[in-house]
Design a binder for this molecule. Structure first.
Ligand code: ZN
Length: 503
């Protein structure tokens, strides 16, 4: 066996064992969010912290680092293809972990816990000033983190990189700005349109056990493999993978609201399809892992919105929905139901937003967190700046900070640079979907017949099977022939909403 092959085997074995250890922590996390009784929380935190420490130690292991160094000198992308990709990505991840001083890692972790506690209390009491000192501390620590990690152009790049590896603020910023310029007038026009859906039909009685059955049928129909995954109930839905062949998705049910569970399941199943489509034999290596949060979100948004909120989808599913929910939908016309599930209405709360205004909520956060990090905005002035942007982009002013700047957990938990990945997901989804339509043709006819296999196979072939072989920017360029762009999403929203709202 050549030295290179031997070294590569050792590196892979180390990485796979680290991934297995990390998957145990995922299992603990899944259990915590679905099953754990409150009395178990403290011990669970001890378990997770211990495992997180062990995982970190394996990453910064010196022998592992030396082998990666030597391998990266021996391999070049040309002659090693997959092996070179694995080594480059592992080395990149490890370098980032090594660059952060232990004291800063601990301080960030401690401040994240204190920050979330302070945020929760401040949100309940509508008391932003009580949260402010911890927010200021978090921003200061995130600046230190960016400096320690280094960045190509601006400190925000370093934070964005945590969620969207190798992406640049200078690439993302102008595209999101373009999206905002297009969406603000579109949303305003919708607000002024005389046409409004009757959304009360979505708030009739929807028995939970029937919702559960219907959502499972739809998830299975789009391709989620229940032999290699589960659906459970939680307060804040998520998807996580516990290993090859075990993908967990979650949802929540309201007996008087249709959308939350049904579209929530399509969304999480979209994440799950990506996880189930990653190459099993590459498990534990970058070539077996998702590219980025933005690409992950593109898969969930694609199934939730571009498929699940399409007329063709409901051509097939509405008669089934009426059969499942005769009392709620027996007297409702298909067009009225479709209009209701596609409603666009500016609101104050991000997590309840529709497919168009959602991006404006993200824009507010993306712009403000950059200003905070750059020092252009002081934390004390954040609530005012928040309210001003809501007025400007969504035409609404929050009546209080709990429904305004205090609504999200992210900043309190130190997650700065996370928000843009939601909108990147929407943008990538529209770009991929357009390309799939170009390549396959007739997606609407497929959906109207309840056929989703061709689209899923296309996603498997073009996106899932590559793992992290390409960065997000490389992938979108490779698949669609162009870089990140606002146009496909804007065109999709304009054409669909234009006809619904008769703009
Ligand atoms: Zn998601």
């Amino acid at each position: 066996m050549s030295k290179t092959v031997k070294l590569f085997d050792e590196v892979c074995q180390h990485a796979r064992r680290t991934a297995t250890l990390a998957s145990i922590n995922e299992l603990l996390g899944w259990d915590e969010r679905t099953m754990l009784p409150p009395g178990g929380a403290e011990h669970r935190a001890d378990q997770s912290t211990l495992l997180a420490g062990m995982i970190h130690q394996r990453w910064i292991d010196e022998k592992f680092g030396e082998r990666l160094e030597e391998l990266s000198a021996r391999l070049s992308e040309e002659n090693g293809a997959d092996a070179a990709v694995v080594v480059r990505r592992l080395k990149r991840q490890r370098d980032k972990k090594v660059k952060l001083p232990q004291s800063l890692v601990e301080e960030l972790a401690r401040t994240a816990i204190l920050g979330q506690q302070a945020w929760q209390a401040a949100r309940e009491k509508n008391d932003f000033p009580a949260f402010r000192p911890l927010l200021e501390r978090t921003i200061e620590l995130k600046r230190q983190q960016a400096e320690a990690l280094g960045y190509p152009q601006c400190p925000y790049d370093a934070l964005l990189d945590e969620f969207e590896p190798e992406e640049l603020t200078a690439n993302v910023g102008p595209v999101l700005e373009k999206l905002r310029e297009e969406l603000v007038p579109l949303v305003t026009a919708i607000g002024q349109s005389g046409r409004k859906p009757d959304c009360s039909i979505l708030h009739r009685g929807y028995p939970v056990e029937v919702q559960d059955r219907f959502a499972r049928e739809a998830a299975a129909a789009i391709g989620f493999d229940f032999k290699r995954g589960r659906l459970d109930v939680t307060a804040h839905p998520f998807c996580c993978t516990l290993g090859p062949g075990d993908c967990r998705i979650t949802t929540r049910f309201y007996d008087d609201f249709f959308n939350a569970a049904f579209f929530g399941v399509l969304h999480e199943a979209g994440h799950g399809l990506y996880e189930q489509g990653l190459p099993v034999e590459q498990y534990g290596l970058p070539t077996g892992e998702a590219v980025s949060l933005g690409i992950h979100e593109s898969q969930s948004r694609l199934w939730e919105n571009l498929v699940g909120r399409s007329r063709a989808f409901w051509t097939h599913y509405y008669p089934l929905a009426q059969k499942h929910f005769p009392a709620a939908l027996g007297d409702v016309a298909a067009d009225d139901f479709f209009f209701a599930v596609c409603e666009v209405r500016p609101s104050l709360i991000r997590v309840e937003a529709d497919e168009a205004t959602y991006n404006l909520h993200i824009l507010v956060r993306f712009e403000l967190e950059q200003a905070l990090l750059d020092g252009d905005l002081q934390a004390a002035n954040l609530p005012g700046a928040w309210n001003e942007k809501y007025q400007q982009y969504l035409g609404l002013a929050p009546p209080n900070d709990s429904e305004g700047v205090l609504q999200d957990v992210h900043w309190s938990a130190g997650m700065i640079g996370y928000f843009p990945t939601y909108s990147l997901g929407n943008l990538y989804a529209a770009q991929f979907f357009n390309q799939a339509e170009t390549d396959l043709g007739g997606l609407d006819e497929h959906f109207a017949r309840g056929e989703f296999g061709p689209l899923l196979n296309w996603l498997r072939e073009n996106i899932h099977r590559h793992g992290q072989r390409y960065t997000a920017a490389e992938l979108v360029e490779r698949v669609t022939g162009r870089g990140l762009s606002a146009s496909p999403l804007v065109e999709h929203l304009r054409s669909k909403l234009g006809s619904l709202y008769e703009l």
